[in-house]
Design a protein around this ligand. Structure first.
Ligand code: SAM
Length: 277
């Protein structure tokens, strides 16, 4: 049996409704929880490092023109899911993709598998055996939460009119490059990037546990001069901690983003641009 699948079994079969604890093999977010369309910049020709998460940061970065995207995640299942989602976009039309995600994953898997490596084919083939027949890919407890609102469509540029086909075209040419199954605190890599997207990992880290040091290290060693690190997505109700980071990185820009859950209230993204001295 596939080794990743053996590790994933407790997650796939655990139906206790628990959330995500950020273990090495853990539940996966099927869709982004951020309004990525509200802050992701033009990435034309850029090299990118992003957390994998739901795979939506990767897909949106490619749509926005990235030429290379490396990913990291503490959760191996998020990396496997990102590959699956990439393959699904390459293989399926927009309507089929939506069906695959939400209604009938088994039906479309043979087409999707044509764009997967052998380990992923083994893993997802095993996974599909644990499925309630006729459910979308998030049909087991491995995904959390297992439903989404129509907001998902507007949170992602690639699900908007015309953009899905553009994404397919760009995915065919861009590559999903290096993948790092690692805690960001242990992510010591030599590559340099034009843009780094850290999603909201910051919200899950106690502020005083050196996360500012981790961000500082990424800025010093992994960000090109002129590059930007989107180091914190704060939901409208999680804004108390922003001041801490503004003290650490005073030239931070704060991008307000329309929250999808509480209309009128804003989410915020913290962005630091590396200037030449
Ligand atoms: C922070 S979560 C939340 C969902 C996110 N807002 C989105 O839109 O996808 C995104 C991903 O970060 C990963 N993650 C959390 N803490 C991490 C850490 N310390 N190092 C690496 N990845 C981490 C999780 O495994 C998850 O896949």
């Amino acid at each position: 049996m596939n080794e990743d699948f053996i590790e994933a079994m407790p997650v796939i079969t655990n139906n206790d409704g628990s959330g995500i604890l950020f273990h090495s093999y853990d539940k996966v977010y099927p869709y982004t929880t951020e309004v990525i369309s509200g802050y992701m910049p033009n990435c034309t020709g850029a090299t990118i490092l992003t957390v994998a998460g739901s795979g939506d940061h990767f897909l949106n970065a490619v749509l926005m023109g990235a030429k290379r995207v490396d990913s990291f995640d503490i959760n191996k299942l998020a990396l496997l899911y990102q590959k699956l989602k990439r393959a699904a976009v390459l293989a399926l039309s927009k309507d089929e993709f939506y069906d695959f995600m939400t209604r009938d994953a088994r039906k479309y898997f043979p087409k999707v598998a044509q764009y997967l490596d052998s380990n992923s084919i083994e893993f997802w083939s095993e996974y599909l055996k644990y499925f309630v027949y006729g459910t979308g890919i998030q049909g087991t407890p491995m995904f959390y939460p297992r439903s989404h609102g129509s907001d998902y469509l507007k949170m992602n540029n690639y699900m908007q009119q015309g953009n899905y086909d553009l994404l397919r075209d760009r995915l065919g040419r861009a590559t999903l490059d290096d993948e790092f199954h690692m805690d960001i605190d242990k992510l010591y890599i030599g590559n340099k990037y034009d843009k780094i997207f850290l999603s909201n990992i910051i919200n899950y880290k106690p502020l005083k546990d050196d996360f500012a040091e981790t961000i500082g290290r990424l800025i010093d060693y992994n960000l090109n001069t002129g590059g930007e690190i989107y180091y914190g997505y704060f939901y409208h109700n999680h804004q108390d901690d922003i001041d801490f980071y503004l003290d650490c990185f005073p030239s931070t820009e704060i991008i307000p983003v329309d929250s999808t859950t509480f209309k009128g209230e804003k989410d915020h993204v913290l962005v630091y641009k590396k200037r030449s001295h």
